[in-house]
Design a binder for this molecule. Structure first.
Ligand code: GRG
Length: 289
């Protein structure tokens, strides 16, 4: 029987959502406005890809869902903070995210900035309570200036300018792939992966992450507000450095496909337990939202 990805995703999304609800402060805890703003964006309906990759990373080396749930939540909180800040007028100035008006459109810029900061603080609190120092360091590196923030800085600096292919790859591998790789590796680390297994999982994560952002660039050209939950065509309007802009849509799709195959090849030594990661790899390539 083939792997039922829809059932796998639905079950793990439910577990992640319930854990997020437990870990986030109640919406009426004073000062209520900040807790409402945090919950507004977290529960706006994201795919939960990063927390599910934490879980799949653990399962690929025989770990349990329960054990990695706090780390899975931490990754989703960091991802949501990055989306809130990315949407701010000072950054991408977007009006819609996850099918809803962006956080600053509803709560104002000051609360949106603070909601992002609060999600990041909560994430590291959760990690400190539940993960080893190695995992905390791994996440800090992936989210920081040599990871996601570094990629965001170069992305912003490159707007409206001609970029070289290696700059484009730097942006995508840092802005997006670093956190996706970290999600897979963190799950595997908590589940006690051997060094060579962890290296294979990291290889796969880097390729999945880059493929994810290339597909995101293509969807920004091809998708709609209904499908994406955010305004399509925004990369072109902001003159962003993207794969389809640089290489064309067809070559970008082939590149994403090749990366997905490379990711699966890297996972070969893990055997059947990496089945969910392989299915997630196909999902990353085929997704429409
Ligand atoms: C520190 C001031 C400050 C800002 C941080 C780091 C940063 C701003 C932004 C990160 C860059 C970013 C938003 C990259 C885009 C990654 C991406 C493709 C996001 C969309 O991910 P999905 O499709 O979203 O998984 P859902 O909503 O499904 O979770």
């Amino acid at each position: 029987m083939s792997f039922d990805l829809a059932a796998y995703l639905a079950e793990r999304r439910r577990a992640v959502d319930a854990a997020l609800d437990r870990h986030l402060p109640p919406p009426d805890a004073p000062p209520a406005i900040i807790h409402e703003a945090m919950r507004y964006s977290v529960f706006a309906g994201g795919k939960r890809l990063r927390p599910i990759l934490v879980i799949a990373g653990a399962e690929a080396v025989g770990g349990s869902v329960e054990r990695v749930l706090p780390t899975a939540c931490a990754l989703e909180l960091i991802h949501t903070y990055s989306l809130i800040h990315d949407d701010l007028p000072a950054m991408d100035d977007d009006d819609y995210r996850r099918g809803r008006p962006t956080n600053h459109k509803v709560f104002g810029e000051a609360i949106a900035i603070l909601a992002g900061d609060a999600l990041l603080s909560l994430a590291f609190g959760l990690l400190a309570e539940s993960a080893s120092l190695d995992v905390v360091k791994e996440v800090a590196a992936a989210a920081g200036t040599f990871g996601m923030i570094g990629g965001q800085v170069v992305d912003i600096q490159s707007e409206g300018k001609p970029v070289e292919a290696r700059t484009l790859e730097y942006i995508h591998t840092h802005k997006t792939a670093a956190l996706i790789r970290c999600a897979l590796r963190s799950g595997a680390m908590i589940a006690g992966a051997a060094p060579e297994t962890l290296a294979a999982v990291g290889e796969a994560g880097s390729r999945l992450g880059l493929a994810f952002q290339i597909v995101d660039d293509i969807l920004d050209v091809e998708g709609s507000l209904e499908e994406l939950g955010k305004t399509a065509g925004s990369d072109q309007r902001k003159k962003k450095a993207t794969y389809p802009e640089y290489f064309g849509r067809e070559a970008s799709r082939l590149k994403a496909k090749a990366l997905i195959e490379d990711a699966k090849a890297a996972l070969a030594p893990l055997g059947p337990r990496a089945g969910p990661i392989r299915a997630l790899a196909d999902f990353i390539l085929e997704r429409r939202s």
